[in-house]
Design a protein around this ligand. Structure first.
Ligand code: ACO
Length: 370
């Protein structure tokens, strides 16, 4: 038994949800480039869950359910009010999603129909929870979700209380489409491991949120923004990156386990970052990002991943950096739950082995003799 560190190259599941071949990412066989260009997030979530694009009426029905389910239990809003105001937002989300299960009488029903409905419910409630905490920590009251608007629209509205700019809604929506699924990434694997014990969907999503939180995974987008802020001005980009590379520190938002020639999602986010910068009339953040991209690509041969340009995109949308990873979770929720449903369709507990590297044939020494 020889362990493969980080399970690199191990094929640990079959899945018909998303694929990565020759650097091309597709959801249910549809190239992510097409989806980013033409699809809205709700269509994408439908595609991941049901394996096909929705008709107009199917999309309407999903939209109505997402609106109906968006309010969260009042008790949960009260809980959010007693969480520390400076708590890590991913820890808040992880705790709140776990708590949601307490208010769902069907939390432990693992039938397909019930889990599919809970997936939609979770999809609807995540934005409400995140926006509510973002306001509560600023001493403001949470804003109730609107009916008859898209998820992206509702989220931006619940954050600010103002009607969002259609450009901002479209940018966020496109970012959500791009983040929705990614084959057997770490958080999805985590969700599948949890549900494979026949636990419940809330546990699966809670595990996934905890896994996404780490800076080597979803937490990288927040870390990118920290880096861009530390750099501050264009002329500081080069010395900053040189220092990091000399000290053998990782540059957040670069590199990927699967993509060695570039992440196909990054170009869309880069384009979006440029457009939003021009609209804002200040391209500083974009210019620094481009400079860092050029330096890391040329000196280290590493290409930006999905997290790199999403940091400037979200900042240009006026979103605080500690909400970036929760936004990633809003999007990946559809992927996680599609994988949970798929895992349960043909389940077997996921239980790999470990290569033992400790000592053998040791004697037990009584405590007085140690
Ligand atoms: N900055 C500097 N060096 C890097 C980076 C980076 N961002 N990424 C990889 N490297 C180096 C490694 O140090 C290693 O060098 P070595 O062979 O001299 O030790 C080499 O490139 C290979 O990298 P690994 O760490 O083996 O790559 P792995 O597949 O294990 O990790 C990961 C992939 C976690 C994405 C890594 O590239 C990384 O830490 N990137 C920064 C964090 C990040 O952006 N994460 C988001 C990924 S996308 C997502 O999850 C949504």
């Amino acid at each position: 038994m020889t362990a493969i560190k980080g399970l690199e190259g191990i094929v640990a599941a079959t899945s018909s949800i998303s694929s990565i071949y020759d650097g091309v990412l597709a959801y249910r066989g549809i190239n992510i480039d097409d989806l980013a260009e033409h699809a809205c997030y709700e269509e994408t979530a439908y595609l991941l869950w049901y394996g096909k694009l929705p008709t107009k009426s199917e999309l309407q029905t999903l939209g109505k359910k997402l609106s109906d389910y968006a309010p969260v239990p009042e008790q949960l809003l009260e809980q959010l009010k007693v969480y520390p105001k400076d708590a890590n937002t991913m820890a808040v989300l992880r705790t709140a999603v776990s708590a949601l299960a307490l208010y769902d009488e069907q939390a432990d029903d693992n039938s397909w129909e019930c889990n599919q409905e809970k997936a939609i419910k979770l999809q609807a409630q995540l934005p409400t929870l995140i926006a509510a905490f973002a306001r509560i920590r600023e001493g403001k009251e949470p804003i109730a979700p609107l009916a008859n608007v898209t998820l992206s629209h509702n989220f931006l509205y619940m954050l600010s209380g103002e009607e969002p700019d259609p450009v901002a809604v479209r940018a966020l929506d496109q970012a959500l489409v791009l983040h929705a699924d990614h084959e057997l990434n770490a958080s999805t694997f985590s969700a599948r491991v949890t549900i494979a014990t026949l636990s419940d969907i809330y546990s699966g999503v809670t595990s996934a949120i905890g896994t996404l939180k780490g800076p080597l995974h979803g937490g990288a987008n927040e870390a990118v923004m920290k880096m861009l802020n530390e750099i501050g001005t264009l002329d500081q980009a080069e010395p900053y990156i040189q220092r990091k590379l000399t000290n053998k520190e990782k540059i957040m938002g670069f590199g990927h386990r699967v993509y060695k020639n570039g992440d196909p999602r990054a170009k869309h986010l880069q384009k979006m970052s440029r457009q939003l910068s021009l609209l804002n009339g200040d391209t500083t953040l974009y210019d620094i990002s481009i400079k860092v991209d050029g330096l890391v690509s040329s000196q280290k041969g590493l290409r930006p991943n999905v997290d790199f340009y999403s940091a400037s995109v979200y900042t240009l949308l006026g979103i605080p950096s500690d909400l970036f990873t929760p936004i990633f979770a809003i999007s990946r929720l559809s992927g996680w739950t599609a994988h949970i449903l798929e895992q349960l369709e043909d389940n077997r507990i996921i239980r790999p082995r470990a290569e033992y590297t400790g000592p053998n044939n040791q004697q037990y020494i009584p405590i007085d003799l140690r």
